[in-house]
Design a protein around this ligand. Structure first.
Ligand code: HPA
Length: 271
């Protein structure tokens, strides 16, 4: 990754009309419908954007959508890149750098995650207050990282406290149950064993998933305030573990999506 590549990616998007977005949004698995609320959308498929990671077949449909949500200019990633697809950490986070270079001032992230905290139930939403990186690598571990920001990034408050307060208030007003907790990121794509779920609980995780943490690390390097919310799609009870199928995960996330959309739209209104 070079600054020149980043500039070319941005120029391509600017030529398509991606002018001065205020907010970037990353939509997680089964959480794509927010895009339908965007007015005057302009779309750029990932495989057309210069220097974007080369999309796998599955992510052929991944796209960046620019437009207006609640009278704010936004750029939305419909589909994200995961390390389990074989991408490097720097690939997975390249779109965050592009959205930042386009001018976003804040970043919202959603994902699907398993509930490690057994007080939490599938179909609940969880505000990510902190995280544990168990992916065995960093999106800041590359030679020329200093061209893009500091190398030794502070992570004492990776999620923006003002936006967290605001979303808690909104959830209360909208009668949406919003849990709060620690998200642990693993590589996947296999789900966890019983012993691994036990370990995650001991480590202090409330939820586990396969994304988000690389993007949040890069957002912190870029000093972009982040709000991140998980949809809890399955309950990870090591003493009573039932087989988890990806189709169940997708079903729960799409059923829970309307609550996520309400929170995001109300948050955008409040910005
Ligand atoms: N583990 C890891 N990732 C996940 C899970 C899980 O149980 N559920 C949804 N994403």
């Amino acid at each position: 990754m070079t600054k020149k590549q980043l500039k070319e990616s941005c120029e391509f998007l600017l030529n398509k009309g991606f002018e001065a977005p205020e907010l970037g949004i990353v939509l997680g698995t089964g959480l794509e419908k927010l895009v339908g609320h965007i007015s005057d959308p302009i779309t750029a498929h990932y495989h057309h954007i210069p220097f974007f990671p080369l999309a796998t077949v599955e992510f052929h449909f991944g796209k960046l959508v620019y437009g207006t949500l609640e009278s704010k200019k936004v750029v939305v990633m419909q589909g994200r890149f995961h390390c389990y697809e074989g991408y490097a950490f720097s690939d997975v986070t390249y779109p965050i750098r592009v959205m930042h270079a386009l001018g976003i001032k804040k970043l919202f992230i959603s994902n699907a995650a398993g509930a490690v905290n057994l007080d939490f139930k599938k179909g609940d939403l969880m505000l990510i207050e902190d995280h544990i990186n168990l992916q065995g690598g960093s999106p800041l571990a590359f030679k020329n990282v200093a061209d893009f920001g500091p190398r030794f990034v502070d992570m004492s408050e990776p999620y923006d406290s003002q936006m967290m307060e605001k979303v808690v208030e909104i959830a209360f007003k909208q009668h949406i149950k919003l849990r709060r907790g620690v998200y642990a990121a693993v590589i996947g794509p296999q789900l966890e064993t019983k012993a691994e779920y036990r370990m995650l609980k001991i480590l202090g995780a409330d939820a586990v998933g396969m994304s988000t943490v690389p993007e949040v690390i890069v957002a912190n390097q870029l000093k972009l305030p982040v709000l991140a919310i998980s949809v809890l799609t399955d309950e990870c009870d090591p003493d009573n573990l039932k087989p988890i199928h990806i189709s169940d995960i997708l079903k729960v996330s799409s059923e829970t999506e309307p609550k996520m959309i309400t929170l995001f739209l109300e948050m955008i209104k409040s910005l």
